[in-house]
Design a binder for this molecule. Structure first.
Ligand code: UDP
Length: 476
């Protein structure tokens, strides 16, 4: 990135990220794109979140200033709150107040005034803060348009929930989307326990005031989901601005942008992982990760472990510290010739490594986009939330992976895992899938590259921002 100290800015965005790995990375990456287009960015998340990051490389980047708001639990964060409900309630109340104070403090500090708050769509109260201060507001969606559209239908009760046992057996038909089986829907829409209903509300809250948003930005790209993008554009001023994978792995226009720079977990095993991969033949390694939040049951850990072992492929498996106790006894020792298990890795570097031939993934949206952008075929093992819908698109629409078959309890067997891995690594279908993912990789690079669909959308966003701020939007 260019040195920001001498540059003239055309506007100032405050980008408010939800304090979670899968949300901060796209917010930060979008911020880098804005800076490249001469927009000043203040990236904001909670005090607790920034105080507890083991790895944060962006403080050295003078183009993006970090600031904080309070969630009301600055010492202990979510754990201190005691429940999801208490945390979100406090984040909304204390977050609104401290966000408003932050904008006013920035204005009086002599910094260029904030023109627009770009907020994670799950924090819709930030739009009320923006409007209350006379600023513009952009909702930033970190899930694909397909998922946002399904939630929007459910929110509007255009789709009947809960589904009866027999309902949707042949698929649920929604505009601009393929037929979706219940197992393809975001899990919170179909779940019946209390926590599902709260998470469903969180999904719905994105739309509570969205009609007031000046823009709706989505971390996706037009070509990937053009039908549903067109459908959603009729409702909101929607722009796809992704994929938010670092520029040096894509269009290479932002020179220092090789990784995300903010990691919730220590990358202590980075060297060991890459060294290990360096000694493996091209396309021979199965990379397994379930992201930053998902947990497997002890039984599923065992099926995963034995499936990998029986596939006889090399594997690199991420098992976070909190999950380690569920590994079968002596598994690491038993398979040391074939695999390594580490607590966290630099996933972008791993997926870009030529030794990696397959990604067994929970289908989180960041992981999905990363695999697509880096040309790695996937075995989808969705766990919850949007992952089901992402897995449906990976397998049936983009054809860049397959999906494990599960029983009525949602569990896969070791046999199934072994077959899926072998299908990607060794079969003709696996070769087709690899071709497809390489096709999508090119489309993604073109979309974010100069003059591509997302690049044009970001240009348009910046140009709208400049015009609107010239028209006199500003702090009241
Ligand atoms: N990730 C990583 N190292 C790991 C596992 C995951 O850097 O060992 C990163 C991954 O690159 C992705 C993010 O964590 O950007 C996970 O986001 P995703 O949306 O896939 O899943 P979530 O964690 O939100 O469920």
């Amino acid at each position: 990135m260019e040195n920001g100290t001498t540059r003239e800015y055309v506007g100032h965005c405050l980008v408010l990220a939800l304090p979670a790995q899968g949300h901060i990375s796209p917010a930060l990456q979008f911020s880098k794109r804005l800076v490249q287009k001469r927009v000043r960015v203040t990236l904001v998340s909670t005090i607790y979140f920034f105080n507890n990051l083991p790895q944060n490389d962006i403080t050295s980047d003078s183009n993006i200033t970090l600031e904080t708001i309070s969630c009301g639990f600055d010492e202990g964060g979510y754990e201190e709150a005691g429940s999801l409900e208490a945390y979100w309630d406090s984040l909304r109340h204390v977050g609104s107040r401290t966000l408003s104070e932050l904008v006013r403090r920035l204005a009086s500090s002599g910094a260029p005034p904030v023109d627009c708050i770009v907020y994670d769509s799950h924090l819709p109260w930030a739009l009320d803060v923006a409007k209350g201060l006379g600023l513009m507001g952009a909702s930033f969606m970190t899930q694909p348009c397909a998922v946002d559209s399904v939630y929007f239908h459910a929110y509007n009760k255009w789709m009947k929930l809960p589904l009866e046992e027999d309902e949707g057996k042949d698929g649920i038909s929604l505009p601009a989307l393929p037929l979706l089986a219940p197992s393809d829907l975001p899990s919170f829409l179909c779940g019946y326990d209390e926590s599902d209903s709260f998470k469903r509300e969180l999904g719905f809250n994105q739309f509570s005031n969205i009609d007031k948003a000046d823009w709706v930005l989505v971390n996706s790209f037009y070509e990937l989901e053009h039908e549903v993008v067109e459908w959603m554009k009729k409702i909101w001023p929607l722009k796809t601005i992704g994929p938010t994978v670092p520029s040096m792995l894509m269009d290479k226009r932002i020179k220092d942008d090789t990784n995300y720079g903010i990691s919730l977990f220590n990358n202590n095993d980075e060297e060991a992982c890459i060294k290990w991969l360096n000694h493996k033949p091209k396309g021979s390694v199965v990379y397994v990760s379930f992201g930053s939040l998902a947990t497997l049951s002890e039984n599923q850990m065992e099926e995963m472990a034995l499936g990998l072992k029986e596939s006889e492929c090399y594997f690199l498996w991420i098992v976070r510290e909190s999950e380690e106790s569920k590994l079968p006894k002596d598994f690491t020792k038993m398979t040391s010739e074939k695999g390594i298990i580490v607590k966290w890795c630099p996933q972008l570097q791993v997926l870009s490594h030529e030794a990696v031939g397959c990604f067994v993934t929970h289908c989180g949206w960041n992981s999905t986009l990363e695999a697509l952008c880096l040309g790695v075929p996937m075995v989808g093992v969705p766990q919850w939330g949007d992952q089901n819908t992402n897995a449906k698109f990976i397998k049936d629409v983009w054809k860049i992976g397959i999906r494990v078959q599960v029983d009525e309890k949602g569990c896969f067997t070791r046999q199934e895992m072994k077959e899926c891995v072998k299908e990607i690594m060794k079969s003709e279908r696996g070769k087709e899938i690899k071709k497809n993912v390489m096709y999508w990789r090119n489309v993604a690079i073109n979309a974010i590259g100069e003059g591509g669909s997302s690049d044009q959308n970001i240009d348009q966003f910046v140009s709208d921002l400049v015009h609107s701020s010239q028209k006199g939007h500003g702090l009241i």
